[in-house]
Design a protein around this ligand. Structure first.
Ligand code: COI
Length: 348
């Protein structure tokens, strides 16, 4: 791998206290081309704009997938990754569905760890800080033929981040009209287009005061699925319930980690289809104790109100289970809690 370092870091120009999620990027990036039927020698270069042909396939057909992962710094200045092999597996699963060639494991981990070591000063200690890592791959062949590209670019860029959502109460809208994914489609993949397809309905929801939409099944809008940037959990009468993953739902790494932590804590967890009607009835019967979302970016995010068919349903502002599970997860991620699952990986 070729490594070219920046002449002068831009780190001193960054106001780390007031960072907005995903707007500031570190000094370096990882870059690898696919052409002539194989991935070429990767490189790390200073972070810089790309030059793309206007006919580049991704700009026309959206053949692109990505990942979201994080690095954490503990109080001794050591750097940690959380279940990175899961992100690696998932980007190749997403790639396969989008007819993108799989990326070699050794390139991924060597590239990622070298990049993190170069930019480690960008990761600040403290559980309010982390480094969001964005691996992505897109079709770069100059061609408007509607077929899989013969050329791709795989990259990793990194952004120092704080919380994904700033500010208090989270309200969500349960989808009744639009859909995020359909059976047989690409909902399980981190395909770029899955996110683009949510922007219009989400901006309409935002105008009405909802930060996110909980997507329902596209057939009848009857079952609760996921929220686009997070998987969704419901605590009903002491049991934690979440939809099972399927080809419409992202197999969230935070989702499965929270399930494992909850089970380890002796909490009853059910992965089963859950209807909107069941949720509303549980609320009306006083049995709906908590709702929270999970995801790499949001970590564990309590939801305080949901709305369906024009009616709002408020929940308690106290979310002890969400906080308990978040604290355990974050403790593992930041090396301040034992890791009985062996999820934490040192960047050394
Ligand atoms: C993540 O949590 O990594 C996501 O996919 C959310 C992202 C779209 C900001």
């Amino acid at each position: 791998m070729n490594v070219t370092r920046v002449k002068k870091s831009k780190i001193n120009s960054v106001d780390f206290k007031n960072i907005v999620f995903g707007k500031i990027f570190t000094d370096h990036m990882f870059y690898c081309n696919y052409r002539d039927g194989k991935w070429q020698t990767p490189e790390i270069t200073p972070y810089k704009p790309l030059t793309l042909d206007p006919s580049s396939s991704v700009l026309h057909y959206g053949q692109a997938v990505f990942e979201g992962m994080k690095a954490f710094k503990d109080n001794n200045g050591l750097l940690w990754l959380f279940r990175p092999e899961e992100n690696f597996k998932r980007i190749n699963l997403s790639a396969k569905r989008l007819q993108i060639p799989e990326f070699p494991e050794s390139f991924f981990f060597k590239g990622l760890k070298s990049l993190l070591k170069l930019d480690q000063d960008w990761v600040k200690p403290g559980t309010e800080n982390s480094l969001y890592i964005r691996p992505f791959v897109f079709a770069s062949q100059p061609s408007v033929q509607a077929s899989a590209s013969m050329e791709y670019i795989f990259m990793i860029i990194c952004a120092p981040v704080k919380s994904y959502y700033t500010g208090g109460k989270i309200n969500v809208l349960i989808a009744e009209e639009y859909s995020r994914a359909a059976s047989g489609g690409v909902g399980f993949a981190k395909a770029a287009g899955n996110y683009a397809a949510q922007f219009y309905p989400t901006s309409e929801a935002l105008k009405k005061g909802f930060q996110q939409i909980i997507w329902t099944d596209s057939n009848n809008h009857e079952y609760l699925e996921e929220a686009g940037t997070m998987n969704i959990f419901f605590k009903i009468d002491g049991t934690l319930v979440t939809s099972p993953t399927n080809d419409r739902i992202l197999d969230g790494i935070t989702r499965k980690s929270i399930i494992a932590i909850a089970k380890n804590d002796g909490i009853q967890v059910e992965e089963r289809p859950i209807k909107v009607s069941e949720l509303k009835k549980a609320h009306d019967d006083g049995l709906l104790e908590e709702i929270f979302g999970t995801g790499t970016a949001v970590v564990v995010l309590p939801i305080h109100c949901f709305s369906h068919q024009g009616k709002s349903y408020s929940l308690s502002l106290e979310t002890p289970l969400a906080l308990q599970l978040k604290e355990k997860l974050v403790g593992i991620q930041y090396n301040s809690h034992e890791d009985p699952f062996n999820w934490r990986q040192a960047v050394d």
